[in-house]
Design a protein around this ligand. Structure first.
Ligand SMILES: Nc1ncnc2c1ncn2[C@@H]1O[C@H](COP(=O)(O)OP(=O)(O)OP(=O)(O)O)[C@@H](O)[C@H]1O
Ligand SMILES: [Mg+2]
Length: 269
């Protein structure tokens, strides 16, 4: 069975734009890790569709299979069984090099720990994914500048990660994830290391990328508070989808930020 209970409006919009191919279609995905003495069945018959322009949060207890699912969605790993269509391309059959190629072209990643290169400027960090392309240097720089501006860090291009706050570092990581113009943005616990206010700032960036630029986002979080910024929540338990539902009262991060007391000076970009 294919799950199709994402937000109806999003599917309608996607249809109106003639982009009916889902960004993600998982069909009966299984993942078995055979590394230890006893095999671990991390995903069991997961079927799931995500349409273009959706914002999905994946929740579940530790060990439930969230990262395993994200690794498959991100073409970092292959399912043991089942089929994965990414933007219409069968990613479950690709070899390592082909997966690397599809990752570079279609997917942006944001991680809990930011994963920035330390002795490298914000601009160079953002430019990294473009080094694998054949774009001329000037075009790479232009795109990287644009991506940094999009997350409100135009003035911090030459700052190194240790000169930036946690929230700013995560914004650099988001800019880096966007620079390839991906079809899909995957974020695994992107606010896990951040305080409440900074988490809302990061969620506000995700929401505006999703709403204004139509970027499809799949985000893993432990926190129900964070999941409620998404339009749809998928709950995973013991490697299966337990629930998949539209968020009724979706939080609006920009609105909440506007109603918080002003930030300390050092937090300002
Ligand atoms: N490389 C691996 N080799 C063997 N078993 C693994 C591997 N990666 C994950 N597992 C197992 O697969 C199951 C699902 O793990 P996964 O990392 O997907 O959980 P998770 O939901 O992301 O948990 P957390 O919230 O702690 O990050 C767990 O039982 C885990 O021990
Ligand atoms: Mg995990």
């Amino acid at each position: 069975m294919i799950w199709r209970n994402g937000q109806q409006s999003t599917a309608v919009e996607a249809g109106a734009r003639g982009l009916a191919t889902p960004v993600i279609a998982l069909e009966h995905i299984h993942k078995v890790y055979a590394t230890g003495s006893t095999p671990v069945h991390a995903l069991r018959d997961v079927s799931l569709t995500v349409e273009r322009g959706e914002f999905v949060a994946i929740m579940g207890a530790s060990g439930s299979g969230k990262s395993t699912l994200m690794n498959i969605l991100g073409c970092l790993d292959r399912p043991t069984r089942g089929r994965y269509l990414l933007d219409g391309i069968d990613a479950s059959r690709l070899n390592r090099d082909e997966r690397a190629d599809i990752r570079n072209r279609k997917i942006g990643f944001v991680f809990q720990g930011f994963n920035l290169l330390p002795r490298t400027s914000a601009l160079e960090n953002v430019e990294l994914p473009l080094l694998y392309t054949h774009l001329p240097a000037r075009e790479r720089e232009l795109r990287s500048r644009r991506a940094l501006a999009l997350v409100g860090l135009a003035k911090r291009e030459s700052s190194h990660p240790n000169q930036l706050s946690g929230g700013q570092q995560q914004r650099v990581a988001i800019a880096r994830s966007l620079v390839n113009d991906p079809a899909l943005l995957l974020a695994d616990e992107p606010t896990g290391n951040l305080d409440t206010r900074t988490s809302i700032e990061i969620m506000s960036i995700f929401q505006s990328l999703n709403r204004e630029r139509g970027i499809t986002i799949v985000l893993v979080t432990h926190e129900a508070d964070i999941a409620n910024y998404a339009g749809r929540i998928i709950v995973v338990r013991d490697g299966r989808i337990l629930r998949d539902y539209a968020v009724e009262r979706r939080r609006d991060a920009a609105y909440e930020l506007a109603n918080l007391p002003p930030p300390d000076e050092e937090d300002a970009a």
